[in-house]
Design a protein around this ligand. Structure first.
Ligand SMILES: [Fe+2]
Ligand SMILES: [Fe+2]
Length: 240
């Protein structure tokens, strides 16, 4: 069994120093890896990234992360990525990584994902160029996610996202914002490629648990929703 700690939407800002590290210091006693599902910082600038990097010094297990929309706001994502990588975080954007834990292999395919909405109430790559670009961005990310997951030959596979692939984990959000919270294209990609677990964030007022049409468990680990510094899922257990 692999014990996966996960959290998203910490929105680390100038007043976050010392707030997360005490909760993460003993994480290695109860988890094998920490997954971070985006909105790691509030505005995505280097100052906030440095504060997060210092908080992450407390973590003694492998860390893997994707960006959220907030992490891109200051157009400093290359620098932010560098700061977090130097702090030991494996950053994924349309990429994969494999961890070896207790003689098992865990493959993680990570992407921020994007919006567009859900079947029956979604955008289309039609009309204005900016609308076509919006939807094509999601299509590209979903396609890459599918290819990456399908290529992983590991005992377990996790998809790490920021945006939601299903509506279940948005329950509690206003219906009007669903198209900005995720896309069903991500779920279709997941179901075609297969995965053992999907982790995402972005939905601060949604629900923790959901499932894709083909039965892949989806977990929304946004910190404002969970109201704690991490949660743990047991891969290989009967109930994740
Ligand atoms: Fe967020
Ligand atoms: Fe977000």
């Amino acid at each position: 069994m692999l014990r996966i700690a996960a959290i998203a939407d910490m929105h680390v800002a100038e007043d976050s120093s010392g707030k997360l590290s005490p909760h993460w210091r003993r994480l290695h006693e109860c988890a094998d890896a920490l997954l971070l599902g985006g909105d790691l910082t509030n505005l995505g600038d280097t100052r906030q990234a440095e504060i997060l990097a210092r908080e992450l010094e407390a973590v003694q297990i492998p860390m893997v992360a994707v960006f959220g929309n907030h992490d891109l706001h200051s157009n400093e994502d290359d620098k932010v990525r560098g700061i977090l990588e130097r702090a030991g975080v494996t950053m994924l954007e349309g990429e994969t990584t494999t961890l070896r834990i207790n003689s098992k292999t865990l493959g993680i395919a990570g992407t921020k994902g994007f919006g567009g909405g859900f079947a029956g109430a979604c955008g289309h790559a039609f009309g204005e160029w900016v609308m076509k670009e919006f939807m094509r961005e999601t299509e590209r990310m979903a396609m890459r996610l599918e290819e990456n997951l399908a290529a992983l030959r590991t005992d377990y596979r996790i998809a790490l996202l920021h945006y939601a692939p299903v509506k279940d984990t948005l329950a509690g959000e206003r219906l009007e914002i669903y198209p900005f919270m995720g896309s069903y294209l991500l779920a279709e990609a997941l179901d075609r490629a297969g995965a053992d677990l999907v982790i995402h964030g972005h939905s601060h007022h949604g629900a923790e648990k959901g499932i894709t049409a083909k039965g892949i468990p989806v977990r929304n680990v946004a910190m404002p929703l969970l109201k704690r510094a991490y949660t743990i899922y047991n891969l290989g257990a009967e109930e994740i």
